[in-house]
Design a protein around this ligand. Structure first.
Ligand SMILES: [Zn+2]
Ligand SMILES: [Zn+2]
Length: 312
């Protein structure tokens, strides 16, 4: 039987009272199950954290001693108990170590997707499918108007640019995917990487996911035009505003009117509308509970077929 109060929001985040744990809490808690290492899902200061090895490694890199009191590392597809709930982490395809969180309790299955994507990405474990009674999905882009472009088409745009490129991208996940895409589809480019991105690449490599061909940025390198692509985090990107002889591009998953098409590579690490429909077809839920966004479109679309509840 599906319990309507299986998870609910309070000031600390999404709480499961039957297992007495939070999922991706926003404030430090006693017990947390963490889907992946992006900062809006993985904060420091929790006591007891359940997550994948890659997520723990990245949290330790970022937060050092405050990352968590205890990490309970869970392998993908291996169930464990948190209080009365059986939990299994399933690959989510969003970034290295990202997991969907399957929770089983009294014969019902609840699947929290976390951030997830269906597009191929050689820098992380591909998404895997399990069936569920309740699908708890992020719905940031759950709008029929949102269709993500093909990432290969997007990355190939840089082949027409002969000058050096400054490419702004989030350090964690996006940068590694870009290195991989450029290595594959623009092999003539020479990739330079900001020093802040290097330790993250090292974790990827330790986990067996080599992003591609790159070297650390050196000040002298970009003095000549040699088809360099220098990947930098957003903060550094903004400080290069007056750089000359350099084409500035930003890799963004957000296609909106504020950004200039010419200066943006639209590469998203999230699902779009069609991907969500595909996910619902694959996981066969009786109910869909939505988070972070546009649940009303799904509610209208499924009307009487699937019960849709907007959690947040
Ligand atoms: Zn994320
Ligand atoms: Zn997120």
């Amino acid at each position: 039987m599906i319990l309507d109060d299986f998870v609910s929001f309070d000031e600390k985040g999404l709480y499961c009272k039957y297992g007495d744990f939070y999922i991706d809490p926003q404030l430090p808690v006693k017990t947390a199950v963490i889907s992946h290492a992006h900062a809006d899902h993985a904060i420091s200061g929790n006591n007891n954290v359940y997550c994948t090895r890659a997520t723990a490694s990245i949290m330790q890199l970022r937060y050092d001693r405050t990352a968590a009191k205890v990490f309970n590392i869970a392998a993908f597809n291996q169930s464990f108990e948190v209080d009365r709930v059986t939990v299994t982490l399933i690959p989510a395809g969003h970034m290295l170590g990202s997991a969907q969180i399957l929770m089983e309790y009294e014969g019902a299955r609840y699947l929290y997707t976390g951030d997830y994507k269906l597009q191929p990405d050689a820098t992380c474990e591909p998404i895997e499918w399990v069936t569920t009674d309740v699908l708890i999905t992020e719905s940031t882009f759950a709008n029929p108007a949102v269709i993500h472009p093909d990432p290969v088409t997007e990355i190939r745009k840089i082949n027409d640019i002969k000058s050096n490129i400054l490419l702004g991208a989030y350090a964690l996940g996006k940068s590694q995917r870009l290195i991989n895409l450029i290595t594959e589809h623009s092999p003539q480019k020479k990739i330079l990487v900001h020093h802040k991105i290097m330790p993250i690449n090292a974790i990827y490599e330790k986990m067996g996911f080599h992003p591609g061909k790159y070297q650390i940025y050196g000040r002298k390198l970009m003095k000549v035009q040699d088809e360099f692509v220098y990947i930098v985090p957003p903060f550094t990107f903004d400080s290069y505003i007056r750089a000359t002889g350099v084409k500035r591009l930003f890799a963004s998953g957000w296609k909106n009117l504020q950004v200039n098409n010419q200066d943006t590579l639209f590469i998203s690490d999230h699902v779009d509308w069609n991907d969500i429909l595909q996910t619902i077809a694959n996981t066969k839920p009786k109910q869909v509970w939505t988070l972070h966004g546009k649940g009303e479109h799904l509610k209208a679309y499924f009307k009487d077929d699937i019960f849709v509840k907007i959690l947040n």
